[in-house]
Design a protein. Structure first.
Length: 166
């Protein structure tokens, strides 16, 4: 299996996390190129509907590029969106596993040391550094999918996008 994670609405303070929510007019799309041409051959899409995150794919996209149509005929499953401060809710369907909800920001970055490096007053990062993003949260969508659903290639290129309904 491969696990794909898309984080959005970063740098949420704990006080702001409880009120943060996925938007019903925003589609999250994970693009998968499995033949090396940097054009998506398969997509996995997720969008909020009520208190659930609905997942579609992996499936061939309707069109490649910036425009997307939700592939409703390729519904994979859905999961109740976890609330801040409560236990994670997961769901399994069609051999896939899903999660959607708030999580601590996983990105570690020492912003002040980076600025010092750019300014020429430091030659590298400290070990250990200072996690500038510690204590902040993100909204995460997690999809675990069997490799066989992604195509036959042993190498894939992956990128994610959020697309707002126009």
């Amino acid at each position: 299996n491969l696990v794909f994670v898309v984080n959005e609405q970063g740098l949420l303070s704990p006080g702001a996390t409880g009120g943060a929510s996925f938007k019903e007019n925003v589609l999250t799309e994970i693009n998968i190129d499995n033949n090396g041409d940097n054009v998506e051959d398969r997509v996995m899409q997720s969008i909020k509907r009520g208190d659930k995150m609905c997942v579609f794919g992996p499936v061939a996209p309707g069109t490649a590029g910036l425009s997307s149509t939700i592939k409703t005929s390729a519904a994979s499953g859905s999961v109740n969106i976890s609330k801040y401060g409560q236990s994670a809710i997961t769901a399994t369907s069609n051999g896939m596993k899903f999660f959607a909800g708030p999580r601590e920001d996983p990105f570690f970055f020492d912003l002040n040391q980076f600025k010092a490096i750019l300014a020429g007053t430091a030659s590298g990062f400290n070990n250990p550094g200072v996690d500038t993003f510690a204590g902040t949260n993100v909204l995460s969508t997690v999809i675990e999918v069997p490799k066989a659903k992604l195509g036959n290639s042993s190498t894939i290129n992956v990128w994610a996008e959020t697309k707002q309904k126009q």
